[in-house]
Ligand binder design. Sequence first.
Ligand SMILES: *[C@@H]1O[C@H](CO)[C@@H](O)[C@H](O)[C@H]1NC(C)=O
Ligand SMILES: *[C@@H]1O[C@H](CO)[C@@H](O)[C@H](O)[C@H]1NC(C)=O
Ligand SMILES: *[C@@H]1O[C@H](CO)[C@@H](O)[C@H](O)[C@H]1NC(C)=O
Ligand SMILES: *[C@@H]1O[C@H](CO)[C@@H](O)[C@H](O)[C@H]1NC(C)=O
Ligand SMILES: *[C@@H]1O[C@H](CO)[C@@H](O)[C@H](O)[C@H]1NC(C)=O
Length: 432
Amino acid sequence: MLKFYLLIWLALASSSIYQPEQIHLSWTEHENEMRVTWITYLQLDSSVKYRPLLCSNILSDWLTVPSSIQGFNAGEIIYRLQYIYTSVIPNLRPDCFYEYYITNPMAQSKVYMFSGRTPNSSLPNKDSQNLLSMIIYGDLGIGKNSKHVKNRLSQEIKIRSFLGILHIGDIAYDMDQDDGMVGDRFLNSVQDIAANFAYMVTPGNHEIRHNMTHYRTRFKMPLNDANNGTNWFYSFNLGAAHFIIINTELYIYDHPEQILTQFNWLKQDLEYANKNRDTWPWIFVLTHHPLYCSLMTVAQCTHEAELLRSSLEDLWYEYAVDIMFEAHNHYYERCTPIYKNAPIKSEYDDFNTHYNANATLYIITGNGGNNEGHNDPVPEVWQEWTLFMTEEYGYGKLEVFNKTHMRWIQYGAVSGREIDHVWLIKDRTRFN
Ligand SMILES: *[C@@H]1O[C@H](CO)[C@@H](O)[C@H](O)[C@H]1NC(C)=O
Ligand SMILES: *[C@@H]1O[C@H](CO)[C@@H](O)[C@H](O)[C@H]1NC(C)=O
Ligand SMILES: *[C@@H]1O[C@H](CO)[C@@H](O)[C@H](O)[C@H]1NC(C)=O
Ligand SMILES: *[C@@H]1O[C@H](CO)[C@@H](O)[C@H](O)[C@H]1NC(C)=O
Ligand SMILES: *[C@@H]1O[C@H](CO)[C@@H](O)[C@H](O)[C@H]1NC(C)=O
């Protein structure tokens, strides 16, 4: 009996069961909202305290939003129950920052901060005229290869040179491993980044176990009429751009019904986006698996890429998608605009510029820092439509300046320098 009490006492004394952890943010399907997600191992009545910062005409004391709780057994061999909480902070103003912390009867978190600029934010002088920067990478785990990007990002977050993050598949390697402890460690390892910036995701092949249970439960992405809470495909408007996030694993693992659901939604969403091109002239699609890549010795660049192209490429062409961002290959590859396996000339092209491009440009940024190392070597022979490749771990920054100018920069996280960039400039929309 004494031993039993000792155990209970030890458990309670260890803050790890009631301390909020794995804190991360995401945008919702509504404008002017931010969702906070976190866990504890003891079920506790928890809430988020927040207040606006650094904006005019508001002076506010701490406000409170309650949370909803979901129990989640993260384990398979061992039963590892954790409680996942989410709170939605409403009525954000795009000209404000917000600080917040999580509180429960036994603990509280550090104070974090985020920008009140969210999808569709209506800034006084129109959101689409303000620089929008997003960090994009894929294939980031918890091992030593992931340190480079995490270290650079933890510096970059201090400058706040971007608004949000898109992690385009392969998260943690894998979240379900070691009875979910790998997922827990990953979310804690990115907490300082993801608790301060919206951390938006799409699934990769490392998320597929048990119908992507870990992906679906740990992340909360915007809902729409078609995705039924799967978090697999969604879209949002930010700055002068429309972002579309889709799940290409459905094709690789052959789920015809779900492919159809996603495809129908995608077509509708592209129609909507094209109708609104005056406001959001740039259309970006993000996913995990590439439609074009140069490593012709592997399935992902041959028959898997062909499979995806046969379903999706004509949609991109018809609706004039500007860039498709992908990952999966553990390197960086920047292509020209491509259609039907051929490079397509723009009105003007040089190594770092495409002016009034005629087809979708493809970029693979799949070297966030996976657990397998440099196992996708840059091939000696590049395809006709490949302009730049490197194996250095890194991440990219998308900068949408306005309706006519955008730039993509790839940073090497080992060397800490810019290793590639490209400008897209346009003063007309294709096919309108
Ligand atoms: C953004 O605005 C568009 C056009 O008004 C609307 O259709 C869409 O649902 C809005 N999305 C969000 C996230 O508010
Ligand atoms: C996996 O999840 C999707 C979306 O909820 C569902 O349609 C499908 O039936 C599920 N598959 C299995 C095998 O449970
Ligand atoms: C939506 O999700 C719920 C819960 O996962 C499931 O019961 C329902 O069958 C799903 N509906 C459709 C249309 O897939
Ligand atoms: C691209 O667009 C330009 C300008 O409209 C046109 O002159 C050119 O023929 C097009 N090229 C291709 C390959 O479609
Ligand atoms: C758009 O942004 C580019 C790059 O910063 C700038 O050169 C250009 O003047 C801007 N155009 C407008 C209309 O503001």
